[in-house]
Ligand binder design. Structure first.
Ligand code: NAD
Length: 379
């Protein structure tokens, strides 16, 4: 099925990244829908798209639109995706897919019933060196992974005056740092190691107890200095520590934080097997560290001639011409669009089923923190 055009819901931080990355795949963006008529107009003008949609319903009725990208706040994903799929649109939805695993399963069932192509935007799998690491694990370079350490640390919610819709449960869900960024780290660790999580032991930390909320809306990664503020007591997770047991007996320890000054956007992991280790950091995404016990360690620099086919396919520029965050979206979108156009299911990208698995794991993390005990991840 030929892709006619795409519509994007949400024109904030990541909606803008989606529009730019869609264009790099060669597909055209017909229009956008944002939170109000005014922000839709602003978004359409800034992004130079021709159509300003008034509602999800209007997108559903637009025959020119083959695929819809959903980049609105978390609580809207479930109702918007449901409406879009019922109208026959293929969907790429930002993470988290929904607020609960139950809602997510509903969407998987709808996708199965309609046969529509569906993806959850775990874009961070699409750093070429992350695909390379997966390929090296598969080739048995380090043996079966048995110990993993990782963190996803940011600093943009460090101050009491930092504010975003993610801090409000009605828009973001009860979990914050774990759902927002921990979900990427956990997805990536599973993708690279090939391991399945069986249970978790977690503690969620609310370390900024009160925040000064601006009275007007604030776009992600921006600082509002103009609005008046009101004091709000906080209960969601600024940070978390999680111990993980995998079904094969392997173990992981991970830390998630949005209050770690100086760490702008660091997804960092080290995966060790009996025969070696692999390590990656998204703040230095062109390199993969290969650790050895009995010889000098290696640093593999992204270069098409040295990468496995799956990593080379999402590597767009020659070595040394630095790639990063925005290319991860292009890599994911190209694979999803290829499935739509060839009417096949390559399973080379995270689907709604991966979105549900992530929700099952983050649900278990929340429950474990509440109970102060190990919790099995439900299937
Ligand atoms: N994959 C990633 O790397 C990544 C990074 C950042 C955010 N995200 C996800 O993307 C989503 C948006 O995050 P953001 O950081 O761009 O937030 P943002 O606040 O910058 O943007 C949200 C956008 O949604 C719009 N919106 C609000 N209500 C709406 C409605 N009823 N209908 C349509 N649009 C509406 C807002 O006007 C705004 O344009 C979240 O689910 C977040 O988890 C993913």
């Amino acid at each position: 099925m030929k892709i006619n055009t795409v519509a994007v819901i949400g024109t904030g931080f990541i909606g803008t990244v989606h529009v730019e990355s869609i264009r790099r795949t060669g597909v055209s963006v017909k229009g956008v829908l944002s939170g109000s008529a005014e922000s839709t107009k602003r978004g359409a003008e800034n992004l130079s798209v021709s159509t300003q949609y008034k509602s999800v319903q209007e997108i559903c009725g637009d025959k020119d639109v083959t695929v819809v990208h959903v980049t609105s706040p978390n609580a809207l994903h479930y109702p918007q995706v449901k409406e879009l799929m019922a109208a026959g649109k293929h969907v790429i939805c930002e993470k988290p897919l929904a607020l609960t695993a139950k809602e997510g399963i509903d969407l998987v069932n709808l996708a199965d019933k309609t046969g529509l192509v569906n993806a959850t935007c775990f874009n961070t799998r699409f750093y070429p060196m992350v695909h390379e690491a997966r390929s090296l694990v598969k080739s048995d370079l380090i043996g079966v992974p048995r110990y993993i350490k990782g963190h996803y640390h940011q600093d943009w919610l460090t101050l009491e005056t930092d504010w975003n819709w993610r801090l409000e449960a009605e828009q973001a869900g009860e979990l914050r740092a774990v759902a927002d960024i921990g979900s990427h780290l956990i997805d990536q660790i599973g993708f690279v190691s090939g391991l399945e999580i069986s249970e978790v032991m977690a503690e969620l930390h609310t370390l900024v107890k009160t925040r000064q909320k601006p009275t007007g809306p604030v776009q992600t990664f921006t600082i509002d200095t103009s609005s008046k503020r009101e004091s709000v007591k906080m209960s969601s997770d600024d940070a978390a520590g999680v111990l993980i047991r995998f079904t094969n007996g392997a173990r992981a320890t991970i830390s998630i934080s949005q209050i770690s000054s100086g760490r702008k956007n660091s997804i960092n992991w080290e995966i060790s097997g009996p025969d070696g280790s692999l390590a990656f950091d998204s703040e230095n995404p062109e390199q993969l560290w290969i650790g050895h016990r009995g010889k000098a360690n290696e640093l593999l620099q992204r270069d098409l001639s040295m990468l496995s086919p799956s990593a080379a396919k999402i590597s767009f520029y020659p070595g040394g011409h630095i790639e990063g965050f925005s290319e991860t979206f292009r890599g994911l979108f190209e694979r999803v669009y290829a499935d739509i156009e060839s009417e096949s299911r390559s399973a080379t990208y995270p689907t709604f089923a991966d979105g549900v698995r992530s929700l099952q794991i983050t649900d278990a993390i929340a429950e474990s923190s509440q109970k102060s005990s190990w919790v099995k991840v439900k299937r």
